[in-house]
Ligand binder design. Structure first.
Ligand code: MD3
Ligand code: FE
Length: 216
């Protein structure tokens, strides 16, 4: 490896520890980004992006889809994981081998112990202006398996809070190719995404985020 590679902040770099069990791998998925985006296109041809309704009756600004044994769904009755897409009543598309392999390599690079493969992959699509308000992810059975998140396309300001909604939060930019993992004690932190800004210099019109989870 050359010194130049390390000098470039946008290239893959050392794991950045955000919490006891939360690690950011900048650029870890950069060399796979085009293939991952092609996978997203193939998956969402069969399980289209849609704006889920929250239990509060509001339509989410983020459009979502899923692949894997289970998909994350929301409606007026609440949030849950479901084995069929409520839009088509069909099983969710299979998780591409490339995604499972990426999750495995990211867990190893971040120093996590071996754990189960993900069975639920949520795909979020943010058009400029879309946001995700502060929330916790607590519908998964085993918090011991870290969640692996991959950011693609437009970058976004990510909010990283504490275990209570009112706790102060840090902000950081998540960019194309960044991979973020979190498990265990960091699993119940509140987090969110500020409204995504337009960027004429970016060849993508959206931000995509894949979160690979062990839900069952
Ligand atoms: C969870 N997605 O899908 S992922 C979600 O960028 C979600 O689309 C966001 O939150 C997105 O549920 C963020 C990354 C993330 C980072 C840190 C966390 C999720 C986290 C810390 C604790 C719990
Ligand atoms: Fe979340």
């Amino acid at each position: 490896m050359t010194a130049d590679l390390f000098a470039d902040d946008s290239a893959a770099s050392e794991p950045l520890r955000l919490g006891e069990e939360a690690v950011l791998l900048r650029g870890f998925a950069l060399d796979q980004a085009d293939a991952l985006l092609a996978d997203i296109t193939a998956i969402t041809t069969r399980a289209p992006f849609r704006h889920m309704v929250t239990p509060g009756g509001k339509s989410m600004s983020v459009a979502t889809s899923s692949c894997g044994d289970l998909g994350w769904v929301s409606d007026l009755h609440g949030y849950r994981y479901a084995s069929a897409d409520p839009l088509t009543d069909l099983p969710w598309p299979a998780t591409p081998e490339r995604w499972l392999d990426l999750a495995e390599r990211a867990k190893r690079a971040a120093g996590f112990a071996d754990s189960s493969a993900p069975d639920a992959c949520l795909i979020n699509r943010y058009a400029p202006g879309a946001r995700l308000s502060l929330h916790q992810d607590r519908d998964e059975r085993d918090f011991g398996v870290p969640i692996v998140s991959v950011s693609l396309g437009l970058s976004a300001v990510f909010l990283w809070g504490g275990n209570r909604r009112a706790d102060p939060y840090r902000t950081m930019v998540l960019s194309h190719g960044d991979v973020l993992l979190w498990g265990g004690v960091d699993r119940l932190r509140f987090h969110g995404v500020k409204p995504v800004a337009q960027d004429a210099s970016c060849r993508w019109e959206h931000r995509f985020n894949i979160t690979m989870r062990k839900a069952a």
